[in-house]
Design a protein around this ligand. Structure first.
Ligand code: UDX
Ligand code: UDX
Length: 427
């Protein structure tokens, strides 16, 4: 089966590579020439654990290649370009999806199925289909949303909770069933539905997960007031199988290229249909206030931030990625800087992207260098290496022994016995 991906970012590159691993002949296209050149030179434009090995193997086997232009033939073209939020409304910007779909129709025969992997509002596939028909193209457009978490995208792709396909004709369903045959044969569930429902499943799933996080973060605030412990609370709730333990970890707020954007987009969609979703609006509001709350926790403990040096450990929106898009850590650093603090950041993979976003912060090569003469360490990403730091050594390096563990990854007793003032989330 011949497959082309248009858009070779986090989603397109992982999905294309793994479909080639599952046996397809895959071409990954992107209009970013630098990205394609890097991939052709064997360099990875993103950090995703394990991906490099899969790419190398598939390229050597001749099942995977990278191109800027859309050429050749294909049974399926997946569109995986970005759908960023428009500045004012939060509405998804579909211009890249429209352009890429039209270009795909112009470049491939009418038998080629066009599949939208990008996250798009309900009704988009049907609208794209009529746009193509109006322009004289007969291609079918189907929906197949992605559910890949950065950092564990390979695991998520190869062991999906479900594969969702949305289609308007059986021919499209047959082609998509062939694409995912090896996963379905292994017993992974495939939900077959119409394109509009498929599109909404993606938004509703991400919004529900974000709601769980928003909820537990507010419970963490309450724990601090009533003298309860958020981690035990979360465990206690999660043991109820109707609730489940996933996505119940309190932190500095959810970020990344999906949750914040998808919530805004779904809220906008709901208002467009005069059916506002008040829960979504509350989650958006709650998460937008989270960073300011984190900064006030720091200033309540150490006083006026002007002139103080703060060491930030972790700038990415979660561990095991180099992605800083909508990272709460970036917002927190910006707030600290606006309050007159000096900020020194260390992140194992996110320094390059982070420095581009916040040039006023200083980036260090390691955690100890970053902590040198700081008045506090603030942990914002749950990288494993932060759990293994030598805190005795840190104590000697810091100007003041303050630790704000906003991912609750360290042991309070151990740190307090070393003489640290230890602050965490939720008691
Ligand atoms: C994807 C989805 O497409 C998005 O809708 C979903 O919600 C999250 O995942 P992601 O892979 O994370 O986005 O985005 P990014 O890493 O920015 O990749 C998009 C790629 O498309 C970029 O490499 C960009 O250069 C490319 N692109 C964009 C094109 O090739 N053509 C375009 O017209 C626009
Ligand atoms: C998300 C979806 O999970 C995935 O299915 C796909 O649609 C893309 O978007 P991703 O953004 O890569 O994946 O990461 P995810 O693991 O979902 O985390 C999102 C944010 O929530 C991160 O900032 C993370 O730190 C935060 N989070 C997650 C918490 O604060 N607590 C949790 O319990 C889980």
């Amino acid at each position: 089966m011949k497959i082309t991906f248009i858009g070779s970012g986090y989603v397109g590159l992982v999905s294309g590579t793994l479909l080639s691993f599952l046996g397809a002949d895959v071409t990954c296209c992107d209009n970013n020439e630098e990205k394609i050149q890097a991939l052709q030179d064997g360099k990875l434009p993103i950090y995703e654990p394990g991906l490099e090995g899969y790419i190398k193997e598939a390229v050597i086997a001749g099942r995977l290649r990278f191109k800027t232009g859309m050429t050749g033939d294909a049974d399926v073209v997946f569109i995986a370009v970005g759908t960023p939020p428009l500045e004012l409304s939060g509405e998804a910007d579909l211009s890249y999806v429209y352009d890429a779909t039209l270009q795909a129709a112009q470049s491939y025969s009418p038998d080629t199925l066009i599949v939208i992997k990008s996250t798009v509002p309900p009704g988009t596939c049907l609208a794209l289909q009529s746009m193509l028909h109006k322009n004289g193209f007969e291609h079918s457009v189907a929906s197949n949303p992605e559910f890949l978490r950065e950092g564990s995208a390979i695991e998520d792709f190869l062991n999906p909770d479900r594969i969702v396909i949305g289609f308007s004709n059986e021919e499209a369903a047959n082609i998509l069933s062939k694409v995912y045959k090896s996963l379905v044969d292994k017993g992974f569930a495939m939900l077959r539905t119409d394109p509009t429902t498929s599109e909404l499943i993606k938004y509703a799933s991400n919004s529900f997960l974000a709601t769980k996080i928003g909820f537990i973060n507010e419970m963490a605030n309450l724990c601090e007031k009533v003298g309860a412990d958020i981690d035990s609370l979360s465990t206690g709730m999660g043991l109820d199988s109707r609730i489940g333990s996933a996505f119940l970890k309190a932190g500095p707020g959810f970020g990344g290229s999906c949750f914040p954007k998808d919530l805004l987009a779904l809220s906008h969609i709901a208002r467009t249909y005069d059916q506002p979703c008040h829960i979504l609006d509350a989650v958006i509001f709650s998460n937008q206030n989270r960073c300011a709350h984190m900064v006030s926790k720091i200033s309540e403990a150490i006083g006026d931030l002007r002139g103080k040096t703060i060491c930030i450990l972790g700038i990415t929106f979660k561990a095991e990625t180099d992605d800083v898009r909508s990272s709460p850590a970036v917002d927190i650093v910006q707030l600290l800087l606006s309050k007159g603090a000096k900020v020194s950041v260390y992140d194992p993979e996110g320094a390059e992207n982070g420095a581009r976003e916040i040039p006023a912060a200083e980036f260090s090569e390691g955690a100890y260098a970053s902590a040198e003469s700081s008045e506090a360490i603030v942990i914002l990403t749950e990288w494993d290496e932060f759990k293994r730091l030598d805190f005795k050594r840190m104590h000697g390096i810091l100007a003041k022994p303050n630790i704000f563990d906003f991912r609750n990854i360290l042991d309070r007793d151990a740190l307090e016995s070393l003489g640290f003032n230890y602050y965490r989330i939720g008691g």
